[in-house]
Design a protein. Structure first.
Length: 213
């Protein structure tokens, strides 16, 4: 059986101080069923995607979907979690139920709420989606992990740029150095990036010399 989306709903992004995890779930479940023209009683299975990790005191959240209608009572309800891919995991779980012919209509819901959690706690909660053994103490928490990944990528790009400039100068490619200048934009830009990664002044001076400044 090929699955297809026949109805959907989405709450606005933003700080929704008057909402709870439960009210968000009930709202989108009700609106999605209405959009699809499907009665709650016709739903065979429910899949909820929810990465909690401490954001909500209510940890068994699959049952909250049943609050959307009394007719959802006794429907199979399962919660899935896969960090940043939690919503996609819920959709795939629903598709598998269709492919297995265990259900004909699946109600898939995804929910996340961080605005009721203090900033420091948000970082701690998100770190639970990392490899805690090695990454739990990284400065900046979960955002710090992505910062290190981005920093390493930019540093490699700069070093590749320097190598290209050196090779262009060594073999005398016409316009080679100019092309590399465009790649790194300006000496000042390069200096700022080097400073960000605490590279030594000698390298900055060498780069400035190669760029002809």
């Amino acid at each position: 059986m090929t699955g297809c989306i026949v109805g959907w709903a989405h709450t606005p992004f933003g700080r929704l101080d008057t909402e709870t995890v439960e009210s968000l779930i009930v709202r989108v479940a009700t609106e999605a069923l209405a959009d699809a023209g499907i009665a709650p009683s016709d739903v065979d299975e429910i899949v909820l995607g929810h990465f909690n990790a401490g954001f909500s005191q209510q940890d068994f959240t699959a049952s909250l979907v049943l609050q959307a209608s009394p007719d959802l009572r006794f429907k199979r309800a399962t919660r899935v979690e896969n960090a940043c891919a939690t919503g996609s995991a819920a959709v795939h779980q629903g598709l598998r139920a269709l492919e297995a012919k265990a259900a004909r209509i699946v109600l898939v819901v995804g929910v996340e709420q961080m605005t009721t959690t203090a900033g420091p706690e948000i970082g701690k909660n998100l770190l639970k989606a990392s490899y805690v053994k090695d990454e739990a103490n990284i400065e900046g928490g979960f955002a710090g992990i992505f910062g290190k990944i981005a920093g390493n990528a930019i540093e490699r790009r700069i070093r590749v740029g320097i190598t290209r400039i050196e090779k262009a100068g060594a073999i005398g490619i016409p316009g080679g150095a100019s092309a590399c200048r465009r790649d790194l934009h300006t000496r000042d830009f390069a200096r700022q990036l080097f400073a960000c990664f605490n590279l030594i002044d000698e390298e900055c001076a060498a780069l400035a010399s190669i760029l002809g400044h």
